[in-house]
Design a protein around this ligand. Structure first.
Ligand SMILES: NC(=O)c1ccc[n+]([C@@H]2O[C@H](COP(=O)([O-])OP(=O)(O)OC[C@H]3O[C@@H](n4cnc5c(N)ncnc54)[C@H](O)[C@@H]3O)[C@@H](O)[C@H]2O)c1
Length: 322
C-alpha cells in the first residue's frame, strides 16, 4: 500500500516547461513569454488536452489511470488504455461515457519491452500520433525485507520502474517528431521520496521513477525545440483498487482518483514538473518537512531513515511542528 500521504508543490522544473510550452502560451490574443506568466501564477493552456489529440495510459483500467482516461475523454481526446487486467479493461470500456474521441484498449504488461513496443506501434497505427503518454501502471507487491524474496523485489522493479523505462524507450523517439507540444507523465510516489520503512521494494521502484523522470526531463531539455514536456505525478493517499485491497472502505483522509486527476490537470496548467498531490490527512507543510527531514539525513550525517529512529523521535516531532 502506498501510505506516505501529503503534498507539496512548486518545485517544478520550469526550464523544461519553458522549453516545451513557450510557444503555446496564449491568453486570448496576448502572447507573452511563459516565464512572465508563471511568475504571475497564471495558468497556461495544456496544448494536447483537446479534441482530436491522443493519450496512451498504462494501468488505465483502474484507479488513477481510469480517472485520467475519463478526464481526457471528456476533453474530446482519443484514449488508448493499456493494462494487463483484461476484465478490468472491459469494465472500463463499459463504464466510460462515450466521448467525441475514440476509446481503444490493449492488453499489455509493461514489464515486457516487446509488449510496450507493440503498444507504441498500435497507438501510432491507429491514431497517427500520441500527444500524452501517461506511464501510470503500478503495483504494490509484498513487503519483503531487503535481503528476502528476490522474485518479489525483481517483479516490483520490473513493473513500476522498468515499465516506465520501457514506455519512454518505446515512445520518446516517435514523440520527438511530434507536430506540436506533447507530454509524458510518469507516476511516482511520495514513498520514492521519503522511503518509509516496510514497502522497501516499492519505495525503491518509485525512487527510481523519480530519478529516471528527472533525467528524462533534463535530457530532453538539452534538445532544441523539444516538443515533449515531462512531468512526475506524485499522488498522495488515493483510494484506488491498490488501496481497496487492504482497506475495504475509503478512509476520510484519502483522496478520490478524480481529485488526483483534477489536481494533475491544474498542475499541468501551471507547467509543474513535479505534481505533488495533497490528500485529506497531510497538510502541505507537513509534507514539505518530511521531505526536508529525509534530505537532511544525508546533509547532517544522521542515521539512515532517522525519522523512524527512536533517538530522533523528539527532534523529528519538534521539526515537523515547526
Ligand atoms: N493509490 C495511491 O495511494 C497511490 C499513491 C502513490 C502512487 N500511486 C501510484 O499510482 C499509480 C496508479 O495506481 P492506482 O492507485 O490507481 O492503483 P490501481 O491498482 O487502481 O491501478 C493500477 C493499474 O495498473 C495495472 N497494472 C499493474 N501492473 C501492470 C503491468 N505489469 N502492466 C500493465 N498494467 C499493470 C493494474 O491492472 C491496474 O489497472 C501506480 O503507479 C501507483 O504506484 C498510487
Amino acid at each position: 500500500m502506498d501510505a506516505e500521504c501529503g503534498t507539496e508543490r512548486g518545485f517544478g522544473n520550469l526550464a523544461c516547461t519553458l522549453n516545451c510550452y513557450d510557444r503555446e502560451i496564449g491568453f486570448g490574443n496576448l502572447e507573452r513569454p511563459i516565464t512572465e506568466a508563471l511568475k504571475l501564477g497564471e495558468r497556461i493552456m495544456i496544448p494536447w488536452l483537446k479534441p482530436g489529440k491522443t493519450a496512451v495510459i498504462t494501468g488505465g483500467a483502474n484507479g488513477i489511470g481510469l480517472a485520467a482516461a475519463r478526464r481526457f475523454m471528456s476533453a474530446g481526446m482519443n484514449v488508448l488504455i493499456a493494462d494487463r487486467d483484461e476484465a478490468a479493461m472491459q469494465a472500463a470500456v463499459d463504464a466510460l461515457p462515450k466521448g467525441t474521441g475514440a476509446l481503444a484498449t490493449m492488453l499489455c504488461d509493461v514489464s515486457d519491452p516487446e509488449q510496450v513496443e507493440g503498444l507504441r506501434a498500435s497507438a501510432f497505427d491507429r491514431f497517427g500520433a500520441v500527444h500524452c503518454l501517461m506511464n501510470n501502471a503500478g503495483t504494490a507487491l509484498g513487503r519483503p525485507e531487503p535481503w528476502e524474496d528476490l522474485a518479489t523485489w525483481r517483479r516490483q522493479l520490473d513493473v513500476n520502474l522498468w515499465g516506465i523505462i520501457h514506455g519512454c524507450h518505446a515512445f520518446v523517439p516517435s514523440m520527438l517528431d511530434a507536430d506540436g507540444r506533447v507530454a509524458i507523465i510518469n507516476t511516482g510516489s511520495k514513498q520514492g521520496i521519503t522511503n518509509p520503512p516496510g514497502g522497501y521494494a516499492y519505495n525503491l521502484s518509485k525512487a527510481g521513477v523519480l530519478a529516471y523522470t528527472q533525467s528524462l526531463a533534463h535530457a530532453l531539455r538539452q534538445r532544441s525545440d523539444c516538443p515533449i514536456s515531462v512531468h512526475l505525478l506524485v499522488p498522495g493517499f488515493t483510494y484506488s483498487n491498490m488501496i481497496a485491497r487492504f482497506v475495504p472502505q475509503k478512509p476520510p483522509g484519502a483522496w478520490t482518483t478524480e481529485q488526483v486527476v483534477d489536481h494533475m490537470v491544474e498542475s499541468l496548467e501551471r507547467g509543474d514538473f513535479c505534481i505533488l498531490c495533497p490528500d485529506g490527512d497531510t497538510p502541505p507543510e507537513l509534507d514539505r518537512r518530511r521531505i526536508q527531514w529525509n534530505a537532511d539525513d544525508i546533509i547532517r550525517n544522521r542515521p539512515a531513515l532517522s525519522r523512524w529512529h527512536p533517538d530522533f523521535a523528539a527532534e523529528y516531532e519538534a521539526f515537523i511542528k515547526g
